[in-house]
Design a protein around this ligand. Structure first.
Ligand SMILES: Cc1cc2nc3c(=O)[nH]c(=O)nc-3n(C[C@H](O)[C@H](O)[C@H](O)COP(=O)(O)OP(=O)(O)OC[C@H]3O[C@@H](n4cnc5c(N)ncnc54)[C@H](O)[C@@H]3O)c2cc1C
Length: 352
């Protein structure tokens, strides 16, 4: 919708996603997703050994060739396979690439906050806005370069809000991820917006409004070094354009499961083959998703983007004009089955 006039620019429903893709589209509260994933990883049931989570232990360095991780305090842990997954602000990436991190702030930040849907629906103007099937609701103001995305989670009980905006002087410098953003500053930023969405700022829950910075880093040319691989944001931090950073990292977990189940990583020959296969599977898809996300809604019409994509990915692409969460990108990004892709790649490479 337009920010000032609330005129509808694009309307799509995702009701057919379950049938078309074999799985529904769900919006999670981050805490719930973390709890669910931890529950699965640490449960005794299911295949493999239950994961033991050790909190408060910081890895400070990796010898990628030897598979040795140095912990703060001096302990060295050795693994047959090391997976670096220390997120967007990865320090371990420097040992992986052998050079200083190239992570750069891009001059854009996000205000984020949660609101109770009971409060939203108690307001007649807002209730009218949200009297639609669940999904994203966005307002855009090209003049101030602001995009506000909202969607419900926790079975429709909580409204998540993210306002992508040009970073303001001094904003969030004390903590690049978790700084307070005063409501009056947020409202000043939203001066071009219609009064109705602005009411959502006043309804922020007890956590208030937080602000974090956005970052980019050049694409890696391999996710493998020695007996170490890098995954998730540490490997490919990306803009939130397609809401795909976490999704693509979870796909990578599926690759790991298929490629490394039932083999001994002590066997150098087997390990090397599987690591090569991992890179072959994940480099094109992860770097493509990062490049598409970093290009923004302009996608391959943005100068240089198609060339960058083609450094890694040779397959068909969503056409010019494809918009985030439109049908072409939905099909391309979210209809992918990494279990099947990894199993097929394994059969092709090793005939099993
Ligand atoms: C506001 C916001 C909204 C998002 N929305 C979506 C969305 O809708 N869909 C989507 O797919 N993605 C989304 N993302 C992106 C998604 O959150 C990330 O892509 C995802 O969390 C990356 O997972 P990760 O495990 O690589 O890194 P993280 O989730 O950052 O996890 C890294 C972990 O490593 C730990 N760590 C860091 N350094 C060390 C160290 N030295 N030693 C030991 N541990 C360490 C950290 O404490 C942390 O637990 C969003 C991101 C943000 C910020």
């Amino acid at each position: 919708m337009t920010a000032g006039g609330l005129n509808v620019l694009m309307y799509e429903t995702y009701e057919d996603i379950g049938d078309a893709m074999g799985a529904k589209s769900w919006s999670f509260h981050r805490v719930d997703l973390h709890r669910g994933l931890r529950g699965l990883a640490t449960a005794e049931q299911g295949e493999g050994r239950a994961v033991e989570v050790k909190l408060g232990r910081e890895a400070v360095g990796v010898d990628c060739e030897k598979g040795e991780v140095r912990m703060r305090g001096g302990e060295v842990v050795r693994g047959d396979l090391v997976v670096i997954a220390d997120g967007a602000h990865s320090g371990l990436i420097e040992d992986f690439t052998g050079k200083p991190s190239e992570l750069k702030r891009i001059g854009r930040s996000i205000y984020r906050w949660l609101v109770s849907m009971d409060d939203v629906l108690a307001d007649p103007d807002l209730a009218e806005q949200y009297n639609r099937p669940p999904g994203f609701q966005s307002w855009t103001d090209p003049a101030s370069e602001i995009l506000w995305v909202s969607y419900t989670c926790r079975s429709g009980k909580v409204l998540n809000n993210a306002v992508v905006h040009p970073t303001q002087a001094g904003e969030g410098e004390e903590d690049l991820w978790h700084s307070e953003a005063p409501k009056d500053k947020v409202l000043a930023m939203l001066e071009n917006f219609h009064p109705t969405p602005k009411k959502i700022v006043h309804l922020a829950n007890e956590d208030g409004i937080k602000v974090h910075h956005l970052f980019k880093r050049p694409a890696l040319t391999s996710f493998v070094r020695g007996r170490t691989i890098v995954v998730g944001d540490a490997a490919h931090v990306m803009m939130p354009t397609h809401a795909a950073g976490g999704a693509i990292a979870i796909e990578t977990a599926a690759s790991l499961e298929v490629l490394f189940k039932g083999i001994s990583c002590k066997d150098e020959v087997v390990l090397k083959k599987r690591l090569e296969l991992f890179d072959k599977l994940r480099m094109p898809r992860c770097n493509l998703t990062m490049t598409a996300s970093n290009a923004g809604p302009g996608w391959i019409a943005v100068p240089g983007v198609e060339e960058e994509v083609r450094r890694f990915y040779a397959g068909p692409l969503p056409p010019v004009g494809s918009v985030p969460w439109g049908s072409a990108f939905r099909e391309f990004l979210f209809h992918h089955d990494e279990y099947r892709a990894a199993e097929e790649a394994l059969v092709e490479a090793e005939g099993q």
